[in-house]
Design a protein around this ligand. Structure first.
Ligand code: 4AD
Ligand code: MG
Length: 461
């Protein structure tokens, strides 16, 4: 069997070739007298290759079966295309029909609504838009590894199954092998000693606590993996399973944390612009006319850095009617975040030094005793895209805070150990991978940038 050439490689050829093999799926077929034009796509790029079959071909009679969605293997010669729009076309010598898609193939039309495609998430990567989105997703993943590797970070595989709720927001999905029909109880409470791990377990909400252990041994590390939140919020920016990029840096303070986060966002934006030009063009044309301005804004602006206190003052002075009122001490809602980045500063904003009461236990307390060295990065359309902090490295402060928050100290003995033995200032952050994809494609619903989204009451595929 001749080795197939992928279409993204083929369209870059600079000379004609006598013998090529392509394999893919039929997008359209047009017949003329004695010959047919078949547009074939193999998912390697947005572009199709035009195949021309004529009646000198042995099985030309079978070509009429080639409906949209059918799979073919085409061998023939690559010749310059006389028609406009494409450089090359393939003159078929042989077309093997691998499978025929019958007329009830759901993707017959040229355009489908996002809702329709969401309910056909198993087929949507075959469309131009979703093919492009998932190619960008793949490139962006690679760029993340490259960014960190080039800067000497080590990649750590932090666990998915966990015994601790890092964020303390009570959003842990429980994991158990207990029989739900006969759950063992002692004094009205579930007896987890009979469970698989002998204690309560769940799916991780963040790899941070594990990553910290490795930063305190290896210096600069990162994790990039799936995280889970049983958060009952049906918004366009939340899913129950999402991917997070979490660097953790020893000997690094909040300033250094913000610098790395800003540098990373710029690097990733540049990487997508440079490596996904064709796919990005599709989004700029059909999905979001402002998309290239977003790219320019991220690449060319110095992110605004303000304190939480300043943020609240700006919001209070704005005279804008928000759905949720804002005052010092309350968490910023996405409408507040978007006002700051979209309307007030018109560029990415880093808000730091939040009141400690609205942030998790591990953040480093500032000298004022009321705020912590936290930082959130806010971007247009999305609001919060990154959340991070300097970590509390002082054992006594950390213990006091955990007691205050009523955390089960005995479960965190290993975390506290890291503050007992060779503790150093360190910092890190978490980037919501899907939110970055939304920002860089203009796709407005997070369900459309992840292959098979998981949301409340929905786990179809
Ligand atoms: O702000 P979060 O909760 O921070 C942490 O989990 C820290 N432990 C990270 C760290 O410092 N290592 O989450 C980080 C980011 C958010 O800014 C957001 O972009 C994304 O994760 N995120 C979600 N994305 C999609 N769906 C959800 N339900 C999300 N929850 C958070
Ligand atoms: Mg956050």
């Amino acid at each position: 069997m001749n080795k197939r050439i992928k279409i993204n490689k083929l369209i870059g050829f600079d000379t004609a070739v006598d013998e090529v093999v392509i394999k893919g799926w039929v997008r359209t077929r047009r017949d003329s007298k004695g010959f047919s034009f078949i547009e074939v796509n193999d998912g390697s790029c947005l572009k199709n290759i035009q195949v021309i079959a004529d009646d000198s071909m042995e099985n030309y009679g079978d070509i009429s079966q080639l409906t949209t969605g059918s799979a073919v293997s085409v061998s023939g010669s690559l010749v310059e295309s006389p028609g406009g729009g494409q450089k090359w076309e393939v003159h078929a010598k042989n077309i093997e029909i691998i499978s025929v898609a019958p007329e009830n193939y759901p993707l017959q039309k040229k355009r489908h609504s996002d809702e329709f495609l969401r309910s056909n998430a198993h087929l949507r990567p075959r469309t131009n838009k979703y093919g492009a989105a998932f190619r960008i997703r793949s490139e962006l993943s690679y760029a993340i590894h490259k960014f960190f590797r080039d800067r000497g970070f080590r990649y750590i595989h932090t666990p998915i199954l966990t015994g601790s709720d890092c964020e303390g927001a009570g959003e842990l999905f429980q994991v158990t092998t207990l029989d739900m029909k006969t759950v063992p109880c002692v004094d009205g409470k579930v007896d987890y000693s009979a469970d698989f791990f002998g204690k309560e377990a769940g799916l991780t909400v963040s790899g941070q606590l594990s990553a910290e252990m490795f930063a305190l041994a290896m210096g600069d590390v990162y994790t990039f993996g799936p995280t889970f939140r049983a958060e009952n919020s049906n918004t366009s920016r939340h899913v129950a399973e999402f991917w997070m990029v979490e660097p953790e840096m020893a000997f690094c303070d909040l300033e250094g944390d913000m610098d790395t986060a800003e540098e990373m966002l710029k690097y990733l934006t540049g990487a997508v612009r440079d490596n996904c030009a064709e796919d990005i063009e599709l989004f700029a044309k059909f999905v979001d006319k402002e998309l290239m301005n977003i790219f320019d804004m991220i690449l060319s602006s110095d992110f605004e850095r303000i304190s939480y206190k300043e943020a609240v003052e700006i919001l209070e002075k704005s005279k804008k009617k928000f759905e949720h009122e804002i005052s010092y001490g309350k968490d910023l809602q996405s409408e507040h975040e978007r006002y700051l980045t979209e309307q007030y500063f018109k560029k990415p904003v880093i808000v730091c030094n939040y009141p400690k009461n609205i942030k998790p236990f591990y953040m480093r307390q500032n000298d004022d005793g009321r705020t912590v060295a936290a930082m959130d990065i806010l971007v247009p359309r999305i609001g919060e895209i990154i959340g991070g902090s300097q970590r509390e490295e002082r054992l006594d402060m950390l213990e006091a805070r955990m007691k205050e928050m009523d955390l089960p100290m005995e479960d965190y003995w290993w975390y506290l150990d890291s503050r007992r033995f060779g503790s150093v200032p360190h910092s890190g952050f978490g980037l919501g991978f899907e939110r970055l994809l939304m920002l860089l494609t203009g796709i407005s619903n997070i369900r459309d940038v992840i292959p098979f989204p998981r949301t409340p009451k929905s786990i179809e595929f």
